[in-house]
Design a protein around this ligand. Structure first.
Ligand SMILES: Cc1cc2nc3c(=O)[nH]c(=O)nc-3n(C[C@H](O)[C@H](O)[C@H](O)COP(=O)(O)O)c2cc1C
Length: 387
């Protein structure tokens, strides 16, 4: 939403006046919501707490942070997925949730290396989830052991700096060395990566077109936009209370909410300014995005999805080290019926014919002003059973 839409919604100067009072307010998130980005507490006695304090900074779809760990077995971490934190409308097969388990595992592994610890990870130690649904069985069992052969991973230094960036990107393309660093960072995991930039102007345009159409579909499909509304946190009170989900703290949206003009209980119509304004702003950002990045896997097993998440975490950390920012564009990759055409289009464009191949990640890539950290619930919220 932008100021002009706001006036249209509000229908006049009364509400305009109300915004003025808030324009001096900071859009920064409350300290408590982003405290986890300060790293582990100095008093951390159990090395697993230290490691997990980094793992919970992993990227997760809709920032749902669906990670639960059981630490009762000394020297082990058992990871479970919190089944109350899924996205059944936009991620009906929980593919992105599985990727988001993978991002956590990767950061956990990188943090453990920093302490000279080897992590032996067994995915789905009690059997893999089926293709459509998740269940209560663990996602991974991790056994930690000291190993002099373990070397620190340079990506560790990027964990506290990595943030998803949804701003407009500069026109200049990421440097070739940055693309190389991103591509080689995923080597430990079986994914195919690719990039497109201005050298292939017609292909770049196709990427932009698919991204715009997929986003439009998500916004005008009531049940998918409602899924985002349910985890939308507006203003310092809601953000500090939940410390998850999609957080907005701009004075304008806070004012609209305070005045009851931003109604999250029902989906806006396709022609409402709340919808058209978001489409316009997204399209402007996509139209100037200088490059796109993708990751394709052969097969789409649960393990493949988790490993794709591990690869994505590495790619984003490697980008961060190069000063390059990313924003995943998941809409066209989503498996709900309304997205069937963008889904087919992106798979065709990336030469990833289904069902053999799956596009697991598609992101825009570039340079932009730094984005701030997003909220985290903190380590204690993830401890299912402590030692
Ligand atoms: C599998 C996956 C899919 C994601 N899809 C999107 C997306 O479509 N759009 C977006 O803006 N961010 C997307 N994200 C980024 C998350 O929203 C982000 O990681 C989360 O809000 C936490 O913010 P952070 O990455 O800055 O820590 C995705 C992340 C993951 C791991």
């Amino acid at each position: 939403m932008n100021r002009r839409n706001f006036v249209r919604i509000a229908g006049g100067g009364v509400v305009f006046g109300a915004t003025a009072g808030l324009t001096a307010c900071s859009s920064a998130f409350p300290d408590a919501a982003v405290a986890a980005w300060g790293g582990p507490a100095a008093s951390t006695a159990d090395v697993r707490h230290w490691i997990l304090s980094y793992a919970i900074l992993a990227p997760h779809s809709h920032n749902l942070q669906s990670w639960l760990v059981d630490l009762r077995q000394p020297g082990e971490i058992m990871l479970y997925c919190d089944l109350t934190r899924l996205l059944p409308e936009t991620d009906p097969l929980s593919r992105q949730i599985m990727m988001s388990q993978g991002t956590f595992l990767e950061l956990l592994d990188i943090a453990a290396r920093q302490k000279g610890l080897r992590v032996d990870i067994t995915l789905f130690p009690q059997g893999e989830f089926g293709p459509a649904t998740l269940d209560k069985r663990p996602v991974a069992r991790m056994v930690l052991s000291a190993d002099v052969a373990i070397k620190p991973d340079p990506l560790f230094a990027q964990i506290l700096k990595r943030h998803t960036n949804r701003e407009a990107y500069e026109a200049r393309e990421p440097a070739a060395a940055a693309l190389e660093a991103i591509a080689s960072s995923v080597a430990p995991h079986p994914v195919r990566t690719g990039f497109v930039g201005g050298a292939q102007a017609d292909v770049l345009q196709k990427h932009r077109g698919i991204a715009m159409e997929a986003w439009r579909i998500e916004l005008v499909t009531p049940r998918t936009i409602m899924e985002s509304f349910k985890v939308l946190r507006v203003g310092p009170r809601e953000i500090a209370e939940h410390r998850d989900g999609l957080s907005i703290n701009t004075p304008m949206v806070r004012t609209l909410t305070a005045l009851g003009l931003f109604d999250r209980s029902k989906a806006p119509g396709p022609d409402d300014s709340a919808t058209t304004g978001q489409i316009k702003s997204f399209n402007e950002k996509i139209a100037t995005t200088p490059a796109f990045f993708w990751m394709v896997t052969e097969g789409n097993e649960r393990k493949t999805q988790v490993n794709a998440g591990r690869a994505y975490a590495r790619a984003q950390l490697a980008a961060t080290a190069q000063g390059v920012v990313m924003q995943p564009l998941s809409q066209a990759l989503q498996e709900y019926p309304e997205q069937a055409k963008p889904y087919a289009d992106i798979h065709a464009l990336l030469q990833a014919p289904q069902p053999r191949y799956t596009v697991q990640m598609w992101a825009r890539l570039g340079y932009a002003p730094a984005a701030g950290p997003s909220p985290r619930r903190g380590l204690q919220s993830h401890l299912l059973k402590d030692a």
